[in-house]
Structure formats: structure tokens, C-alpha cells
Design a protein around this ligand. Structure first.
Ligand SMILES: Cc1cc2nc3c(=O)[nH]c(=O)nc-3n(C[C@H](O)[C@H](O)[C@H](O)COP(=O)(O)OP(=O)(O)OC[C@H]3O[C@@H](n4cnc5c(N)ncnc54)[C@H](O)[C@@H]3O)c2cc1C
Length: 291
């Protein structure tokens, strides 16, 4: 819109269930930004302000009508915003699958909690008692050992961001993200375990990887064009913050958690786009391209 000189014709508003900008469903991050420590909240506020994007936070969208979005906020107020063009990202809650065994018994509880049940610790507990060890490592279903759910498919043990309720008791907070890089890594480790098990003739689960000891990199497009493009790049390690191991840096290793904005990010995103399509087509040496 800026490029075509029509940015002043539109108001852009971001409505989110995040408590702060830059939460990303991961409780936010403390980042290394050009040698300084910066909160993802401050970085995102800087970007939004720079681009004239308004934000409404702690908001759970309840209904979308033609040109009208309804939401409840943490204050318990029910509000609306009007729009000409809207994009709603649906709740990341999984599918309401029901499962039955051969005898017709309902076995949904063994298989699904929205997403698939795996080797996570699903014991309900308050936020203060969440542990990084709650997160799964092999993505194997505990009841059906030949069923695995890596990537986006597995049911997280609980959110990562601090859960919050509105004054009316409505839960309003983001779900944990499951992005491309950890999806690729967990899919590979599951595939490796299946290969090993078939070769050994018995179950082998040596390959393990949890979101507590795995990093992620993400580049959000913030402008298109080989010379004027821009990308907002982040890396985070680990994905699930380990407040015991990294108590002073928001639960993350600050040397591996950084953010940057600029043209380089756009180029990297473009390069990854082609690299991942190349990899998906399994062209020569595809396996050299990392997840
Ligand atoms: C709009 C958007 C933007 C994103 N941007 C980024 C980004 O910039 N960086 C990033 O890291 N991640 C990003 N992600 C997240 C990333 O795409 C996912 O984390 C990743 O694709 C998950 O991989 P997956 O293999 O677990 O699931 P999927 O990629 O969803 O693969 C599941 C596959 O299963 C197939 N399937 C479903 N049901 C059946 C069935 N019954 N039988 C057979 N096949 C079935 C589906 O068709 C699909 O191909 C984005 C996601 C979205 C939606």
C-alpha cells in the first residue's frame, strides 16, 4: 500500500488474544537485537508504530459478521470493530475427531485432546507448576504404539503463554505455536525411529526431541521487493522457555535468541522458499537442506 501511495486510505488494526504484542503464543521473548537485549513486545510495538498499525490485545473474538467483528476483552467488556477487509486466524484447537475401536467402543480419550495424544504429561496443573519436562519427546501415542503425531498434529500438554481469564471467566490467551522448523525436526525424528524399529524388528525410540531443547527460526514478510523488501527475523532457543536453566533471560539462551528487521530477512525468506520447494521435490542432494 505504501508502494502504491494508498497507505493513508486504510486503517489497519491487529486484534489478538495475546496479552502483549510479540507474545507469539510463547510468552514473548527477550531478544538480542543488534547487541542489545530487547523484549519482543518492544520490538513489535516499534514495528507496528512505525507502520501505523493499531492493536487491540487481550481480545477473544466471539463472532464475525459482515463488516463487524465482536470480541470480549480481559476487562470483560464486549466490543466491536468495523472492517472492510478482515482476516481471521481460527483458534488453534485441533479437530473434534471421535475414534472408535473394532468393537465400536469410543476410544477418543486415548487418541485425541483436540490434537493427538502423545508422550506428553497432560496432568492438569496450574501455570506455576508447568515444567519443560511436560513436553513430548517421541510423539508416540501411549496406547497405540504404532501411532505417532509429530509437527502440528500433537496435543500440547498446556499452553506456553500465561493463561488469562476475562472478568466474565472467558479464557483469553494464545495457543502454543507449532511452526515449520520444529514440525520438520519432529517429523524426521519420528521417521528415523520408525525406520530403526522396522530394521531392528523391535521398538526403537532413540531419536528424541522436545520443544524444550529445540530452537526455531521464523521470518515474517514485512515488505516485498528485491531491493525494498523487508523481513522480521527471529530465532528462539528453546521454544518452550526454561526459566530454571535461563532464569535471567526470560527462559531462553540469549546467544541463540535474536531478532532483526531488514532487507536481509527478505532475501533469506526468498532463498528458503525456493530451498524448501526444492527439498519437497527431493531433487539431487535435497537431504542436505536442513529443516
Ligand atoms: C498462513 C500460515 C503461515 C505460516 N507461516 C509460517 C512461517 O513463516 N514459518 C514457519 O516456520 N511456519 C509457518 N507456518 C506453520 C507451518 O506451516 C506449519 O507448522 C507446518 O506446515 C506444520 O507441518 P505439519 O507437517 O505438521 O502439518 P501440515 O503442513 O499441515 O501437513 C499435514 C498434511 O496432512 C494432510 N492431511 C490432513 N488430513 C489428512 C487425511 N485425513 N489423510 C491424508 N492426509 C491428510 C494435509 O493435507 C497436509 O498436507 C504457517 C502456517 C500458516 C497456516
Amino acid at each position: 500500500m505504501q508502494k502504491f501511495g494508498v497507505r493513508d486510505k486504510a486503517e489497519i488494526t491487529w486484534i489478538s488474544n495475546e496479552y502483549e504484542l510479540g507474545d507469539f503464543g510463547m510468552g514473548g521473548m527477550l531478544l538480542d537485537y543488534n547487541g542489545f537485549n530487547m523484549k519482543s513486545k518492544d520490538m513489535l510495538e516499534m514495528i507496528f508504530e512505525d507502520r501505523g498499525i493499531k492493536w487491540i490485545l487481550g481480545a477473544g473474538v466471539t463472532k464475525v459478521e459482515d463488516g463487524l467483528v465482536h470480541y470480549e476483552n480481559l476487562e470483560g467488556e464486549f466490543k466491536t470493530e468495523t472492517f472492510d477487509f478482515g482476516m481471521l486466524i481460527p483458534a488453534f484447537s485441533g479437530h473434534g475427531f471421535q475414534a472408535y475401536d473394532k468393537e465400536g467402543q469410543n476410544i477418543t480419550e486415548k487418541l485425541f485432546r483436540g490434537f493427538m495424544v502423545v508422550d506428553a504429561d497432560y496432568t492438569p496443573k496450574p501455570y506455576e507448576e508447568w515444567k519443560v519436562q511436560d513436553w513430548p519427546e517421541t510423539y508416540q501415542n501411549p496406547s497405540y504404539k504404532n501411532i505417532f503425531a509429530p509437527g502440528i498434529a500433537f496435543a500440547p500438554p498446556h499452553p506456553i503463554s500465561k493463561p488469562r481469564k476475562s472478568k466474565n471467566g472467558t479464557e483469553i490467551f494464545p495457543s502454543p505455536p507449532r511452526t515449520g522448523m520444529p514440525s520438520g525436526i519432529t517429523a524426521k525424528l519420528v521417521a528415523d525411529n520408525i525406520i530403526d524399529s522396522i530394521k531392528a524388528g523391535k521398538e526403537s525410540l532413540h531419536h528424541k526431541g522436545s520443544l524444550r531443547n529445540m530452537g526455531a527460526a521464523c521470518i515474517a514478510s514485512a515488505g516485498y521487493g528485491l531491493t525494498h523488501g523487508s523481513g522480521v527475523s527471529f530465532t528462539t532457543f528453546p521454544i518452550v522457555p526454561d526459566y530454571k536453566k535461563y532464569p535471567d533471560t526470560g527462559g531462553r539462551d540469549i546467544k541463540k535468541t535474536f531478532g532483526d528487521i531488514g532487507l536481509a530477512g527478505h532475501w533469506v525468506k526468498l532463498a528458503l522458499h525456493y530451498a524448501f520447494i526444492y527439498k519437497a521435490k527431493m531433487k539431487p542432494f535435497w537431504w542436505l537442506i536442513p529443516e
